[in-house]
Ligand binder design. Structure first.
Ligand SMILES: *Cc1c(COP(=O)(O)O)cnc(C)c1O
Length: 394
C-alpha cells in the first residue's frame, strides 16, 4: 500500500466499511485541488470571512530583549475564531458541499476544532454534529455552549476515557455508518489518506503567506521556522512552503507536560515508537504491548498520543527537528509574550514561543526566526491563573 505515504509513514489503514468513504473523498479532493473555481471560492472565504492574509508581525521588543536574531510572529491568532483551525475547516466544508454532502461530523478535544467546524457549517448552511469525549464536555462547557449557539449538535462520547481519542473513534464509526450524506471533517493533519495531505494543503496558506511576506520585508528566507505540534496541522502548514529550502531550519515544538522522563507527557516524538493508529502509520506513544499510552500536557490542543505522518517522515529524514517544551516553560513564555509584546498567545502557541526564546540565545542578530502563533490565549487565562495558584471565575 503506497498511496498517501510519506516515506514509510501515512497510508490508509481503515476497516473495509470505511474504504468507500476515503476513496470517494480522495477522488473529490483530487478534482477540487486543481479546480480554479474551487480555489477562488476558498480564497474568498479565507480573505473575506476568516480575515486573511494574517499579519507577519516583527516582534521588536522581544528581538531587542533577547539580543539575538530578528523575531517575526505569524499571527494566526488574528483569524476569525482565534486560531489556524478555520483555514482547514473552510476548505473541508466547502469541499463537502461540492460533493453534495448535507451533513458534517467532527471530533473535538478541548472544543476548538468543534467550534471552528460549527462556524463553517453555520456560514455554509450544513448540518453539524460534533463528537466530544464526555469528560471533555464537562471540562469545556463553554465551548459546548458555543457549538450549540452556532447551531451544531454535540454528542458526548462515553467510551474509553471520554477524551479526544474516543471522540475520533466514534466519529469514524459514525462516518462508516452514514457516508451518503455525511463528510467527516478531521481537525488535524492526521488520520488515513487523503486527510494528512488535504489538511496540509489547506493549512499551507500559512507558509505561502509567510514566505512572500518575509521576502518582501527582508529580501531573504528565514533561518528558522517554529510551530507547536499536537496532531501537527499548524506546524505542517507553517513548514510546507519551506520544505524544499534546506537553508530554512524547521522546528516542531511538542507538549512535554511534566517532562519527557515523566509519565505525564505528550511529546510523542521523544517517547513514541512506530505503530498504526487512527488509520495511519506514524509515531505513537505506546507501552511495550502496543497499547496507546495516556498523554498529558497543560495544553489541551497538544494532548494527542500520535503525530501527523508527514512529521514522522520529516523527522526520519532529519528535515525537521522536534523539541519538547514543558508546561512550566510554556507558561513562562505565555506570560513573557503578554508582558513584552502585548500579545496573549494560546498556551499551545506558547510552546513555540518558549523554544524561540531558547533558540534565539544561540543565534546572531543578522539571522531571522519566524514563529507561528497558532491561536490567541483568552481561552487559557483561567487555567494559567489556576496553574499559578490564583482563582479566576470564568
Ligand atoms: C488545536 C490547536 C493546536 C494543535 O493542533 P495542530 O493540528 O497540531 O496544529 C495548536 N494551537 C491551537 C491554538 C489549537 O487550537
Amino acid at each position: 500500500m503506497s498511496k498517501g505515504r510519506f516515506g514509510e509513514y501515512g497510508g490508509q489503514f481503515v476497516a473495509e466499511t470505511l474504504m468507500p468513504s476515503v476513496i470517494e473523498l480522495e477522488a473529490a479532493y483530487n478534482k477540487c485541488k486543481n479546480d480554479p473555481e474551487f480555489q477562488s471560492e476558498l480564497t474568498d472565504l479565507l480573505n473575506n470571512y476568516a480575515g486573511r492574509p494574517s499579519l507577519l508581525y516583527y516582534a521588536k521588543n522581544m528581538t531587542e530583549d533577547l539580543g539575538g536574531p530578528k523575531i517575526y510572529l505569524k499571527r494566526e491568532d488574528l483569524n476569525h475564531t482565534g486560531a489556524h483551525k478555520i483555514n482547514n475547516v473552510l476548505g473541508q466544508v466547502l469541499l463537502a458541499k461540492k460533493m453534495g454532502k448535507t451533513r458534517i461530523i467532527a471530533e473535538t478535544g478541548a472544543g476548538q476544532h468543534g467550534v471552528a467546524t460549527a462556524t463553517a457549517c453555520a456560514l455554509l448552511n450544513l448540518d453539524c454534529v460534533v463528537y466530544m469525549g464526555k469528560h471533555d464536555t464537562e471540562r469545556q462547557a463553554l465551548n459546548v455552549y458555543r457549538m450549540k449557539l452556532l447551531g451544531a449538535q454535540v454528542v458526548a462520547v462515553d467510551s474509553g476515557t471520554g477524551t479526544l481519542k474516543d471522540a475520533v473513534n466514534e466519529t469514524m464509526k459514525e462516518w462508516s455508518r452514514r457516508m451518503a450524506d455525511t463528510h467527516y471533517c478531521i481537525g488535524s493533519a492526521m488520520g488515513p489518506h487523503p486527510f494528512p495531505t488535504m489538511v496540509r494543503d489547506f493549512q499551507s496558506v500559512i507558509s505561502r503567506e509567510m514566505r512572500q511576506e518575509i521576502l518582501e520585508r527582508e529580501g531573504r528566507l528565514p533561518d528558522a521556522v517554529l510551530a507547536c505540534v499536537g496532531g501537527g496541522s499548524n506546524a505542517i502548514g507553517s513548514f510546507a512552503a519551506f520544505i524544499d529550502d534546506p537553508e530554512v531550519q524547521l522546528f516542531g515544538c511538542e507538549g512535554a507536560g511534566h517532562g519527557v522522563d515523566s509519565p505525564d507527557t505528550a511529546a510523542t516524538m521523544q517517547v513514541g515508537r512506530t505503530g498504526v493508529y487512527h488509520g495511519m502509520k506514524t509515531i505513537i506513544a505506546q507501552d511495550s504491548d502496543g497499547q496507546v499510552n495516556p498523554v498529558y500536557s497543560i495544553s489541551a490542543g497538544l494532548d494527542y498520543p500520535g503525530i501527523g505522518p508527514e512529521h514522522a517522515d520529516l523527522a526520519a529524514r532529519k528535515r525537521a527537528n522536534y523539541v519538547p517544551i514543558t508546561d512550566e516553560e510554556a507558561v513562562q513564555a505565555f506570560e513573557y509574550l503578554s508582558r513584552v509584546e502585548g500579545i496573549i498567545p494560546a498556551i499551545e502557541s506558547a510552546h513555540a514561543v518558549a523554544y524561540a526564546i531558547k533558540l534565539a540565545k544561540t543565534m546572531r542578530p543578522d539571522q531571522i526566526i519566524c514563529v507561528t502563533l497558532s491561536g490567541r490565549g483568552d481561552k487559557d487565562c483561567a487555567a494559567i491563573a489556576r496553574y499559578r495558584g490564583e482563582e479566576i471565575y470564568d
